[in-house]
Design a protein around this ligand. Structure first.
Ligand SMILES: NC(=O)c1ccc[n+]([C@@H]2O[C@H](COP(=O)([O-])OP(=O)(O)OC[C@H]3O[C@@H](n4cnc5c(N)ncnc54)[C@H](O)[C@@H]3O)[C@@H](O)[C@H]2O)c1
Length: 428
């Protein structure tokens, strides 16, 4: 069996390697020639994916990458893992899926299975993608080719999260499409969870991400409320999570980041309007979560004020640019919002992140491109008036930070077990 994985990013690359590891020949397709070249040289561009795994798969001939979509003709199944961002009006942008659909359609063969994995609103697979595939190929879904949706459940940076052991939800356009998709994924993944339709599978992913967004908003709000009452929300969550049933811990932070949680629920909000429905939990969670950076900035101002300083003119270092610990992915990171807001208030800002030595070009934060992480040494760190911990990477030496930093605002409880001086650390 030979498959194509379209979109070799944080989702597509580990998935390709998992299939390759399971003995399925994988052709990775991407429009980014740089990524394709790196992969064919056996190199990895994602920190938590070791180059050796890519090298071995390329050497064995079980994985190769290409920009040539006509090679779709060689494969039995195609899995699409392209981005699904929001546009500037915060509406779903499925143009990457549509573009991919068009590139595939021209070369689509009878009997091929097409599976969409990109997170999106219910109806994308059996309405939007189906339409471009059918028009471009002249073939009919469910009759001439198979169509399915299966949401990705990648948890970047979590060493216990292995693609093969995460149950895979699959929905088909027809029962035969579902059977084909089950057959495909069972080659590489242990547990398959079939659902009745592509829409049910799409909706499952949105429930999972909305669940996170709403619960994070809840603890973010409680952080502010408890802080006003002199109660430490981290202590409360740690105590509550000892309950062996009916509670799952979520942790507050400086705002939401990443490619999923801040974005995906709004795909549902948009689609719900078509049915005259409102997603009040999603809107409220979005409101609470996007207000968090302002709360953090107020804490920064208070901490500086205590030292007879203002934000304006202070040197502030944001520690952690990635949106979550131990990954190099800084897309949609709240650290950018903090940097922007502090800069707008006249602070001299910089960042430190061992995973992001230099800011790569991104659509959202183009003007930060090329900015470098500062060095980690006593002279540099102690030169800042305030260090704002935005991401708690495990590899940062927080003991050194406590020795070097004048003042620390900690949004992640990273300093909880570190010896500090009274008044040095502010929880935000
Ligand atoms: N990153 C995660 O943790 C995660 C988890 C679950 C689901 N998802 C979802 O998976 C999807 C992909 O996310 P990602 O994080 O892997 O994105 P990514 O940006 O890391 O990778 C997407 C890749 O698609 C390529 N691409 C874009 N347009 C293309 C086209 N027309 N043809 C071929 N390739 C194209 C890009 O060059 C890039 O390499 C999104 O829908 C996302 O919401 C992501």
């Amino acid at each position: 069996m030979k498959i194509a994985v379209v979109g070799l990013g944080y989702v597509g690359l580990p998935l390709s390697l998992q299939f390759a590891r399971s003995g399925v020949t994988v052709l990775g397709l991407d429009i980014d020639t740089h990524k394709v070249d790196l992969l064919n040289q056996g190199r990895s561009f994602i920190k938590h994916i070791p180059a050796e795994i890519v090298t071995e798969a390329v050497k064995n001939g079980i994985f190769s990458a290409s920009t040539d979509f006509s090679r779709i003709r060689e494969v039995n199944a195609i899995i699409i893992c392209v981005p699904t961002p929001l546009n500037k009006n915060r509406e779903p942008d499925i143009s990457f899926i549509i573009e991919t659909g068009r590139s595939i359609a021209r070369h689509l063969q009878q009997g091929t299975l097409v599976v969409l994995e990109s997170t999106t609103y219910p109806g994308t697979t059996d309405e939007d993608l189906r339409e471009v595939l059918e028009i471009g190929s002249g073939l009919e879904a469910g009759k001439d080719f198979h169509l399915a949706f299966s949401p990705e459940r990648e948890d970047p940076g979590n060493p216990d999260s292995k693609v093969a052991s995460i149950p895979k939800v699959v929905g088909g356009f027809t029962p035969a499409c579902l059977d084909k998709a089950k057959e495909l994924y069972s080659k590489a993944i242990k547990t398959i969870v079939p659902v009745s339709s592509c829409r049910a599978a799409e909706a499952t992913k949105l429930l999972e991400n909305t669940f996170r967004s709403v619960n994070i908003a809840l603890v973010n709000e409680l952080k502010i409320v408890y802080s006003a009452m002199g109660i430490d929300v981290w202590e409360v969550i740690n105590a509550a999570k000892t309950k062996p049933f009916g509670f799952m811990p979520f942790y507050p932070g400086p705002g939401l980041g990443g490619h999923c949680i801040p974005i995906d629920p709004f795909y549902l909000t948009w689609k719900a309007r078509e049915f005259g429905q409102h997603t009040r939990f999603i809107e409220l969670a979005g409101e609470v979560n996007t207000a968090m950076p302002d709360y953090v900035i107020r804490c920064v101002a208070d901490a500086l004020n205590e030292r007879q300083k203002s934000v304006n003119g202070s040197k502030i270092l944001v520690l952690g640019l990635a949106y979550k610990p131990n990954v190099d992915d800084e897309r949609e990171s709240p650290s950018y919002v903090l940097l922007e807001k502090l800069k707008a208030r006249g602070a001299q800002v910089a960042y430190y992140d061992p995973y992001v030595p230099i800011i790569r070009p991104t659509r959202e934060h183009a003007h930060w491109t090329g900015t470098k992480s500062v060095a980690w040494d006593k002279e540099t760190i102690s030169s800042y008036d305030l260090i704002l911990i935005s991401t708690n990477h495990a590899s940062v030496n927080y003991e050194e930070l406590a020795q070097w930093a004048k003042c620390i605002v900690d949004t992640r409880n990273a300093m909880a077990s570190i010896t500090t001086t009274p008044g040095q650390v502010w929880k935000a």
